[in-house]
Design a protein around this ligand. Structure first.
Ligand SMILES: Cc1cc2nc3c(=O)[nH]c(=O)nc-3n(C[C@H](O)[C@H](O)[C@H](O)COP(=O)(O)OP(=O)(O)OC[C@H]3O[C@@H](n4cnc5c(N)ncnc54)[C@H](O)[C@@H]3O)c2cc1C
Length: 393
């Protein structure tokens, strides 16, 4: 493992960082050739798809080892994409691997795993609170050998250019428990009735291609019965299962962002002089920012590692509080560390000369997607308080 981590670190330093300025200055579709080249380099260096089993072209790393890789790749906005472990594809790959039928895996997982196609995930809707994902308007109605979908989704990341969307739609509205009402479908994006209405501007940027966030409509969109993933009514449970390891991936990526921010902060503080012979690093406040950032980042890293160990030992349900806790703890550490690094860089920090400004804008979403902070805190408080209530019966 140490050797593999060193190879990932060398890949980031030697292959990705040199093209990072291009990626920060241009929409990704404009630098498709360069991105293809670094993806090919990842394949040739044996770094492709660390999360997938060998028969799917991956390195079969367990979650704990993949998390360490994720922190290294997180040091640049290009890292995860270069190795084909970018959200939302990584979640869709894991979903298909575990719950896809053999035909679904051949048709969708195979090209996704090899990086030939991309995908997106459509759960959130404009008319319903995404924080309550069991409350959906989109429906799928059985008609012979097909399901007919109608509804609207938004914030489907990477929708532009995706070949298929994994969609949650209500199939069983009469189910007593709200979490048994929705099912999950694979909808190819060339299906009649599927439309990408627009790319939603996020923090001042209308993303494109992989960096887009789409609003989608489904109008009498007909898919075969075989498009359902898992059982009817299992959509919500599968979505939660998909998000559990996904939160670990994100958290370690954010820790990678903290590592890079500290690195940039230190380098700049040492070279930027406030007066001849007086680098910024002499200022006590800057030294404290460096020290606080390191302590908070290491605390976050250990917290995620501990959560992964519990997850691997006890399963997702028994670890749900820890997963929630890292999901609100790590983004807040990241925000503080990024803020300090930006401040150290002065006006330069707000330019695209470093990834700090890009991360500052786009990683704010970390406190909202995959469950806003408040939802996770509410769940943790509820489970904690339950321990103090008298036992029923
Ligand atoms: C950049 C980005 C990418 C995304 N990618 C995807 C994607 O690929 N696929 C997809 O399906 N969705 C995606 N989403 C949507 C995301 O999952 C939702 O935005 C999120 O679940 C919150 O839902 P909402 O926006 O409807 O906010 P709402 O549910 O309307 O909540 C609004 C606010 O209410 C507060 N709140 C909510 N619940 C509570 C509570 N219990 N107690 C106190 N306060 C509370 C929170 O502060 C929350 O931010 C993405 C979002 C963003 C910003």
């Amino acid at each position: 493992m140490p050797d593999l981590l060193a190879r990932y670190a060398a890949f980031v330093d030697d292959v990705l960082l040199p093209i990072e300025p291009l990626a920060l200055a241009h929409p990704w579709p404009a630098i498709a050739t360069q991105i293809d080249t670094v993806r090919q380099a990842a394949r040739e260096r044996g770094l492709w798809a660390p999360h997938l089993p060998a028969e799917w072209g991956g390195l079969a790393l367990p979650l704990g080892e993949f998390a360490e890789v994720s922190a290294i790749l997180g040091r640049t906005p290009l890292g995860h994409y270069a190795c084909n472990v970018q959200a939302p594809d990584v979640g869709n790959m894991e979903l298909l691997l575990t719950h896809g039928s053999p035909e679904q895996r051949e048709q969708y997982l195979r090209p996704l795993a090899s990086g030939v196609i991309r995908s997106c995930f459509g759960m959130t809707e404009p008319g319903r609170a995404g924080s309550n994902p069991v409350w959906l308007d989109t429906t799928a109605i059985r008609d012979g050998d097909s399901w007919v979908l109608n509804g609207r989704k938004w914030f489907a990341s990477s929708a532009e250019g995706a070949s298929f969307c994994v969609v949650l739609a209500v199939t069983t509205p009469e189910a007593k428990k709200p979490h048994h009402r929705a099912s999950m479908f694979i909808v190819p994006t060339d299906t009649p009735g599927y439309a990408l209405v627009r790319n939603i501007p996020v923090m001042g940027h209308v993303g494109a291609g992989y960096a887009s966030h789409g609003e989608l409509t489904f109008t009498n969109c007909r898919v075969p019965a075989s498009a359902m993933i898992g059982a009817e009514g299992a959509g919500f449970v599968l979505a939660q299962e998909r998000l559990g390891p996904g939160r670990v991936h994100h958290c370690m990526r954010w820790i990678g962002i903290c590592d890079r921010a500290i690195d940039l902060m230190c380098r700049y503080a040492l070279t930027r002089e406030m007066a001849p012979g007086e680098p910024l690093a002499f200022k006590q406040v800057v030294r404290h920012w460096i020290a606080e950032s390191r302590a908070e980042t290491e605390a976050a890293r250990l917290f995620v590692r501990d959560t992964v160990q519990k997850l691997e030992r006890n399963g997702q349900r028994a670890t749900r509080d820890e997963i929630s806790m890292i999901k609100y703890f790590v983004p807040q550490v990241m925000q503080r560390v990024l803020d300090r690094a930006l401040q150290v860089h002065g006006g330069y920090g707000l330019t695209d000369a470093t990834p700090l400004a890009n991360w500052w804008a786009h990683e704010r979403a970390a406190r909202i997607y995959d469950g806003p902070d408040e939802v996770h805190k509410d769940a943790v408080a509820k489970h904690t308080l339950e321990r103090y209530l008298p036992k029923r019966g």
